[in-house]
Ligand binder design. Structure first.
Ligand SMILES: Cc1ncc(COP(=O)(O)O)c(C=O)c1O
Length: 402
């Protein structure tokens, strides 16, 4: 079988998502990667086991698989393509985005260390910091999503800066080179959850970030039908992450990996659509008399529009806005939508709508919820792949019904 794995590394994202950095030999010349539903992989002789273990100890791989908690062929293929897309030496795929977030933090946290998080972050990431980090003797700060606020929060014991960009739901875009600069001066590891950007719109490793994370449940999978996460970076950092991942078993199953690889085949086309549709809907909403305010980094009115234009090539299709009125008006609008499904998540084929105060933050005390911006008339849309004119018509008719 011919190996064309090193033919080009300058392909664009849509091509990298389909081919990685080139063609690798595949069993039976199959175009798609077979799903290996097996929990273990056998050896022919006891001597083969000895050879395998000995060479593994020397860091040399003489065969790929032994036990499914350590990975499967479809996972490996997804990791190869995701690493190519992100410009990473290596990727580690997980069973969920949160597995990648938590295991990255747990792999790199240090006793008596301090971790900086940025606010407006994914709720479960915040909850992990608030409810669990103290049990490990780790301190944390949650600061405004700006490079200045991060710089001001650094202490001598800070060893991780964990940020998201764009954030969720206010879509703040962080000045990544500024954060990397201050982190490098202090020898602090930078981890960025770039789920809302995807490697189509920004490649943080190229800007000096150490580890990039995505919930692959979102745009990378792209069809609202799988859960997965991925961490990407240098081979050395990924080796540490992989040790923890294979120990815990936060390994995605073979079917999940097949769906993810299949989703990646249309990644470029889907992201083009998401970027175009996101901007068109944001512009329509901003001009609508029933809307108080809109957040989308593609709008000049967004506080981080300038940074976004410098760093990103598109802004995706998550849009947050305030409906004029309160809880009653907001619910009337949401209930009148015909095409948008009321559910969390984003980046899939179906358009989704979320009233943030009820969907993701209902159990927070009202005062705290409001202090972090989760007011009752805040709505987040995650556009799908429907015709954008149909989505705009649906939004307009629902706003008319308030
Ligand atoms: C920015 C971000 N990070 C991480 C996650 C968690 O990913 P998952 O749901 O795949 O565990 C989410 C989920 O919504 C998210 O939006």
């Amino acid at each position: 079988m011919s190996d064309k794995s090193s033919s080009s590394k300058n392909w664009r994202p849509a091509t990298l998502a389909i081919h990685g950095t080139g063609r690798l030999p595949k069993a039976h010349h199959a175009v798609s990667t077979p799903i290996m539903h097996t929990s273990n992989y056998y050896f022919d002789t006891a001597g083969e086991v000895e050879d395998f273990m000995r060479e593994k100890g020397r860091g040399r791989v003489i065969r790929e698989h032994e036990y499914a908690r350590y990975g499967n062929p479809t996972q490996q293929e997804c990791e190869r393509k995701l690493a190519a897309l992100e410009g990473a030496e290596k990727a580690v795929l997980y069973s969920s985005g949160m597995a990648s977030v938590l295991l990255a933090i747990m792999t790199f946290m240090k006793p008596k260390g301090h971790i900086i998080f940025t606010g407006d972050c994914y709720r479960q990431t915040r909850d992990f910091a608030v409810n669990f980090l103290g049990k490990f003797g780790i301190e944390y700060s949650i600061v405004d999503p700006t490079a200045d606020a991060i710089g001001a929060a650094i202490r001598p014991e800070t060893n991780i800066i964990f940020t998201e960009s764009p954030t969720n739901p206010y879509l703040r875009v962080l000045d990544i080179p500024a954060i990397v600069k201050v982190a490098r001066q202090r020898n602090i590891l930078t981890i960025i959850d770039a789920t809302l950007a995807t490697p189509y719109n920004i490649r943080p490793l190229d800007l000096g970030v150490d580890v990039v994370i995505h919930s692959a449940t979102k745009y990378l999978g792209g069809h609202n039908d799988l859960m997965a996460g991925v961490a990407l970076g240098s081979a050395a950092l990924m080796t540490d992450l992989y040790k923890m991942q294979r120990m815990i078993g936060a390994t995605p199953g073979p079917l999940t990996c097949f769906l993810l690889e299949r989703g990646l085949k249309t990644f470029g086309m889907r992201m083009e659509h998401h970027n175009r549709a996101g901007l068109a809907v944001a512009q329509m909403l901003e001009a609508h008399p029933m809307i108080e305010k809109v957040w989308h980094p593609g709008l000049p009115s967004h506080p981080d529009h300038k940074i976004g234009m410098e760093q990103m090539t598109g802004f995706g299709s998550v849009i947050s806005f305030l409906v004029k009125g309160g809880n009653a008006e907001t619910r009337k609008f949401i209930d009148a939508l015909e095409l948008f499904l009321i559910t969390p998540s984003l980046g899939g084929s179906e358009s989704l709508v979320t009233q943030m105060s009820t969907m993701s933050f209902f159990d927070y005390p009202e005062e705290y919820r409001k202090s972090i911006g989760m007011v009752d008339n805040l709505v987040r849309l995650a556009l799908g792949l429907e015709d954008v004119d149909d989505l705009i018509e649906d939004l307009k008719q629902a706003l008319d019904r308030i």
